[in-house]
Design a protein around this ligand. Structure first.
Ligand SMILES: [Zn+2]
Length: 83
């Protein structure tokens, strides 16, 4: 005859399966977090870009012609960047 498993056995089975599922889920989440912190462009890159847009710490470069400090990526007013 077919034996019906007891509620206790079913509960234990559910707890074990749930524990395994939670374990793998936490493990995958940790690995994903570690990857994004290590070399992902979303980690340090976003923070650096946000700092750059507030205007207080713009990268400055020295003009080779007049030695004036100008924001990088822009042409100096002395005309050295033009060709
Ligand atoms: Zn210049």
């Amino acid at each position: 005859m077919l034996q019906v498993p007891s509620i206790g056995k079913l509960l234990i089975l559910a707890l074990v399966l749930g524990g395994i599922w939670l374990f793998y889920k936490a493990k995958a989440g940790r690995e994903q977090q570690r990857n994004s912190q290590g070399k992902g462009p979303s980690g340090g890159g976003a923070a650096k870009a946000a700092r750059k847009t507030d205007g207080s710490s713009v990268d400055m470069v020295q003009c080779p012609a007049c030695q004036a400090y100008i924001p990088s990526g822009t042409n100096c007013s002395c005309g050295s960047g033009r060709s």
